[in-house]
Design a protein around this ligand. Structure first.
Ligand SMILES: [Zn+2]
Length: 425
């Protein structure tokens, strides 16, 4: 896939003197090209999923099986007993993976000649693979396999239960406090940790992990912290001028992208047409006796395969979507509605959102200090970085900051919040 085509076609050369919007556009195009290639390869991979859906293994069959032909796997008499015994022993729930490996070895089962005793992870891999009871898994989806099962579904389920026993945490996991691990103590640099007082109030304090700290006994209410954070978020607003500038650059870049796709598809169609003509012509040559039957068959098969590959590529291009426009819209939404988004988010989303726009959260007494991450410092009211667009065109790093922030907004966070907001609307 010619990644550089976008730029070759554009003929733009970037210099340090380039205008910032030009630089921004260039960055977007690099990003688009990268994502384009990624999406294309995903489309190609979908062909593999199809194979799994039909119930065949993609690639090498799991330990305990061997390949019969291109599609089918059969039980490998040599390694299968190891698998069965491993499930039988582990499902009882009284051995660890390490003990299981030794036990199998003591009973005379050999994993591989090179590694007679399997590693913990190797055994775990076997014990968690539903293939052994007849299911083919691909990218988290399960399909009914065409192969013969080694164990029953019941034994597999029992084994999964045993895993839960084996991996049970030794200590109860601490309650997930909203700001745990996010804010540092201004005096000693330790993270503030949360605790519940009087059964319902959440307080944070310095852990004093680096030795006695003067702020260790200052307990700050969660609401006190949240109030200050909300204030920080409320200052982020994007002016119409900025908004228009970002949107127009995105739209411009997207036009090029669509043109590129169209050109690619056109050129692939031309190739397809040429191949078709060749296939027709060589068939006539065969009929006329100009070439041998074998030669014809060989060419015919090869070109038919090529034709198939080209058709695949065309379909992939047609399905490949670049959502930079959507990405930019999301970014602008975050800039304008960050406070509202925060209010409807759950704890983990709140943390993600805060982490997206703020950094270096630090508690001094009961007062929180923080910095805006770039480019949000530009959009925060009252900060000296909050300049007019005209001044910004001199700021070369500005575009890079926006682009980087923008490409991160494809995170699940915003999607979750948007779903939520749509549900309550
Ligand atoms: Zn401290």
């Amino acid at each position: 896939m010619p990644l550089n085509l976008h730029f070759v076609k554009e003929g733009t050369i970037l210099t340090p003197e380039s205008h910032s919007s030009e630089k921004f556009m260039h960055l977007i195009k690099v990003g688009m090209a990268r994502q384009y290639v990624q999406n294309l390869s995903e489309e190609v991979k979908k062909g593999l999923t199809q194979k799994a859906k039909e119930g065949y293994v993609t690639g090498k069959p799991p330990y305990g099986y061997k390949k019969l032909d291109k599609k089918n796997s059969v039980i490998d008499e040599k390694t299968a007993p190891y698998v069965v015994r491993a499930f039988e022993l582990y499902s009882k729930g009284d051995v660890s993976l390490r003990q299981l490996s030794s036990r199998l070895y003591d009973e005379g089962f050999i994993y591989k000649d090179t590694t007679p005793k399997a590693y913990k992870t190797q055994i775990e891999h076997i014990l968690k693979n539903p293939f052994y009871y007849g299911v083919v898994q691909y990218k988290g989806e399960c399909y009914e396999g065409k192969h013969q099962a080694l164990i029953t579904k019941e034994l597999f389920d029992l084994t999964q239960l045993a895993f839960r026993k084996d991996n049970k945490p030794k200590h109860m996991i601490a309650r997930n406090f909203l700001f745990a691990g996010m804010i540092k103590c201004s005096k000693c640099g330790c993270n503030l940790s949360g605790e519940i007082k009087k059964g319902k109030y959440i307080y944070y304090s310095c852990t004093g992990g680096k030795g006695e700290c003067e702020q260790q006994h200052i307990y700050i209410k969660e609401e006190t912290i949240e109030k200050q954070l909300l204030q920080a978020l409320s200052r982020i607003t994007i002016t119409d001028e900025h908004k228009e500038w970002i949107s127009s650059v995105l739209a411009e870049s997207f036009k090029d992208e669509q043109r590129y796709t169209k050109e690619r598809i056109n050129s692939l169609n031309t190739q397809k047409q040429k191949l078709r003509e060749r296939i027709d012509k060589i068939y006539l040559d065969k009929l006329d006796g100009k070439i041998s039957e074998d030669f014809w068959l060989d060419r015919h098969n090869k070109w038919t395969q090529d034709l198939f590959a080209i058709q695949n590529a065309i379909t992939a291009h047609e399905k490949t979507n670049i959502n930079f426009i959507e990405m930019g819209a999301k970014f602008l939404k975050i800039c304008n509605e960050v406070e509202d988004l925060y209010k409807v988010a759950d704890n983990s989303e709140k943390r993600e959102l805060l982490n997206y726009v703020l950094q270096n959260l630090c508690m001094d007494g009961e007062s929180l200090s923080y910095e805006y991450k770039k480019p949000f410092d530009i959009f925060a009211k009252g900060l000296n970085r909050n300049k007019k667009l005209l001044e910004l065109s001199e700021d070369r790093t500005f575009c890079i900051d926006i682009f980087e922030a923008m490409t991160q907004t494809s995170c699940d966070l915003l999607r979750n919040i948007e779903d939520f907001m749509q549900n309550i609307a």
